[in-house]
Design a protein. Structure first.
Ligand SMILES: [Zn+2]
Length: 501
């Protein structure tokens, strides 16, 4: 065992930004919390520098881990999964997880599990969390599972899981770059997808269809049918290319179910691929390494001058996506975080995010980001067998299971920060976007008869609808008729496409 032989153990440096991973110093009280990250760094070092350089010649390794964030990540997972306070252990000066408590996931009130185990992996529900600073690409916290002693498999890095709805932002990112706006409308009505062979009828989590909806509603409420329609309209290959450019490294199948996340990705690459949403469109690779020196102090590798980033979305397109994903947290499937209590963002940081749930409830995700931290949370079983069941029977498991972990992690990380010092998301250039009051049912300018169908929405400048809603007309016998008009929805919702300057 690595620990018994005293090889790599992390040690906290004087400043949180530079936490060295010293190959010769042991800090037992930190080992458990840092296990997955230490092993991840060790494997990286051995693969890059070779075994003897790491173990015989001696490397001084400074990592990007933030000790406080790491502690909060472990605490958030342990406490949410146990649903009670962890045990304070005076021997180590830290929180100790009670293994017995952690094995009762069904105590969580909103869901229950059906015991069905395969040999070889822990039979309890697993979690992974990875948090990356989008401004630098530095990995600040990483938890690869519930218990390193039970399983060294690092689910944050090595697991390949279906992202489900957490993939949808890449669909809408491509749509926005093709000219769609938060106020564009899409039909959320049954669609039959040719899978050749066979057909597929995607359904929504609530089992209903919602007629005409704006892109913002579709994102906020995570409508599946809308996402499939938008994905097919903008092109599945374009969606995959967009996701790859943003940071998804795993292969993506070019299939019509891709918009619903029918691919296999790791939490780390998901966090990496959400970075452009927080940076105004700049992608960065995630790294655990700040600096590596040999025993003479020669710098072998340094990420201290971090990348300026690669532009993968336009500034305005990234701003529109950021705006959409903030509305998921302020009033969508992530409202339960209460991040915007009273309209004021917690710790002065605005936050965006997206829940994720696979269609068979085998995976629950929450992807959340502030200007300074992009975090992926995944919850599920190692064997991919469906056992996460919502007691209500329907819903977004990501919001019920993964979101509370993100919320506790983030609120603890920023518990002492001064809101006045909080960083902000990049803004949008003056005149790049326009507001308009539109009718949600027609997607056209609202008139007085549209009533509660009228919403103030955002558009790419120059793409605001010019026609007035024909469905709700004062005095019209059809004013209360909710029957959808007969038209080709893509022509209508895609009216803005190509019109972007
Ligand atoms: Zn109307």
């Amino acid at each position: 065992m690595m620990r018994e032989e005293g090889y790599i153990t992390p040690e906290q440096a004087g400043e949180a930004m530079a936490a060295p991973l010293d190959v010769s110093i042991s800090r037992p009280e930190l080992e458990q919390e840092w296990d997955y990250f230490s092993e991840y760094v060790r494997q990286y070092l051995v693969s890059r520098y070779g075994w003897s350089a790491v173990y015989e010649q001696g490397l001084q390794v400074y990592t990007t881990l933030d000790p406080d964030m790491q502690e909060q990540a472990v605490f958030a997972i342990d406490s949410v999964m146990a649903l009670r306070d962890p045990v304070w252990d005076p021997a180590t000066g830290g929180y100790r997880s009670d293994p017995e408590r952690l094995r009762f996931p069904s105590s969580y009130e909103h869901w229950q599990t059906v015991e069905d185990t395969l040999s070889g992996s822990p039979d309890y529900i697993q979690c992974a969390l990875v948090a990356v600073d989008p401004r630098t690409g530095y990995i600040r916290a990483m938890v690869g599972g519930r218990d390193f002693q039970d399983s060294e498999f690092n689910r944050a890095v090595q697991a390949r899981r279906q992202p489900g709805s957490a993939f949808k932002p890449f669909v809408y990112a491509e749509a926005v770059e093709q000219g769609w706006s938060p106020g564009s409308v899409v039909l959320d009505q049954p669609v039959v997808v040719d899978l050749s062979p066979g057909q597929w009828r995607p359904r929504n989590y609530d089992g209903r269809f919602h007629g005409m909806v704006t892109v913002r509603e579709a994102v906020q409420r995570s409508y599946n049918v809308s996402a499939v329609r938008v994905g097919m309209a903008v092109g599945i290959e374009a969606v995959a290319a967009r996701a790859h450019s943003m940071g998804i490294e795993s292969d993506l199948p070019i299939v019509n179910s891709l918009p619903l996340g029918s691919c296999m990705v790791s939490p780390l690459e998901m966090a990496q691929a959400y970075i452009p949403f927080a940076t105004g469109g700049l992608a960065r690779g995630a790294t655990p390494i700040l600096r590596v020196e040999d025993r003479y102090g020669n710098v072998l590798e340094s990420n201290e001058q971090y990348s300026t980033g690669t532009r993968v979305m336009s500034e305005t397109g990234a701003w529109l996506m950021n705006n959409l994903l903030q509305s998921v947290v302020s009033g969508g499937t992530a409202y339960g975080s209460h991040w915007y209590a009273g309209g004021v963002p917690y710790s002065g940081r605005r936050a965006g995010g997206k829940t994720g749930t696979t269609s068979d409830y085998a995976d629950a995700w929450f992807m959340g980001f502030t200007p300074d931290l992009v975090t992926a949370v995944w919850v599920g079983y190692d064997d991919h067998i469906v056992r996460i069941r919502l007691q209500s029977g329907r819903g977004e498991a990501g919001g019920d299971i993964a979101l509370p972990i993100w919320t506790r992690f983030m609120k603890n990380v920023f518990r002492n920060s001064n809101p006045g010092d909080a960083p902000s998301f990049p803004g949008v250039a003056s005149g790049a976007v326009e507001h308009a009051v539109i009718c949600r049912q027609s997607g056209l300018l609202a008139n007085a008869a549209c009533g509660d169908k009228a919403v103030d929405e955002i558009f790419w400048a120059g793409t605001v609808p010019t026609q007035t809603c024909p469905i709700h007309v004062s005095g019209s016998p059809f004013a209360t008729d909710t029957t959808l008009p007969d038209f080709t929805e893509f022509d209508r919702s895609g009216g803005a496409r190509g019109a972007r300057p």
